[in-house]
Write a protein that binds this ligand. Sequence first.
Ligand SMILES: NC(=O)c1ccc[n+]([C@@H]2O[C@H](COP(=O)([O-])OP(=O)(O)OC[C@H]3O[C@@H](n4cnc5c(N)ncnc54)[C@H](O)[C@@H]3O)[C@@H](O)[C@H]2O)c1
Length: 265
Amino acid sequence: MKRFENKVVWITGASSGIGEATAYQFAQEGAKLILSARRIDELKRVKKQTKLDESQVFILPIDVENIDEIPKKAQEAVAHFGRIDVLFNNAGISQRGSVLETDMAVYQKIMNLNFFGVIALTKAVLPTMQLQKSGQIAITSSLSGKLATPMRSGYCASKHALHGFFDALRSEVYQDNIGVTLICPGYIRTNISLNAVSADGSKFGKMDDNQANGMLPEECAKRIVDAIAKNKQEVYMGGKEVLGVYLKRFFPKLLSKIVRGQMPK
Ligand SMILES: NC(=O)c1ccc[n+]([C@@H]2O[C@H](COP(=O)([O-])OP(=O)(O)OC[C@H]3O[C@@H](n4cnc5c(N)ncnc54)[C@H](O)[C@@H]3O)[C@@H](O)[C@H]2O)c1
């Protein structure tokens, strides 16, 4: 028996990187998929590559920044297979820019997508999971949700905010048999830095060495699906950067010193 046989999994940011790799992993584990992101063509490509039956995958284009639209999208998602077993809030955007130079509009965009959109989607799906008396909500946070590095103040703030919100939610929905899994990747080999937003709102457009040498998304996806299957509360993955979580907890001043060294000269 596959772990997600007949389970319905809704993934945002499914058109590339971690979300795409996770779609393939869930497909292998027997899930039916709802794939969301903004680009339909990319979602169709991913759907094809899952090798699932046409009827097992539903493409639902969504712009997570468009918060007013989210309740209607959630209704469509629930109506399609009649239930949602896993909501994987994965869509997100990173940042490269100093606090002094970054426009307020950039902070608003990051918070809208990485935080408010995620809350809106979660609130829209929760009543269905409560009726089912089961469900799992997973969120791609980041090691940047546990510690902070320069040039990513808005990104770090948005990911830290997720921890406050979802730790609170976990205790509220425990009695409904709904679990919450916060996923904290380190450096994963995706286009996240290319797609990151710069101080003036333009695309950063460069591949960071850390990402280029990071963990493969396929390995990351295996660990994510495993953490969700086991209802883990919080998981870390990546290379030696994961040690930062423990430095922050036990040697915070040492971590500050290391992090200072990451400020571009
Ligand atoms: N790659 C890393 O090193 C890393 C590390 C920690 C956390 N993360 C997190 O992983 C998640 C996925 O990022 P990734 O690394 O796969 O990068 P990516 O840029 O390849 O993927 C981002 C996904 O989000 C989607 N997306 C962006 N804006 C959207 C919007 N407004 N509405 C709907 N979808 C939108 C994109 O289309 C894409 O599918 C993000 O939340 C990111 O913060 C990535």
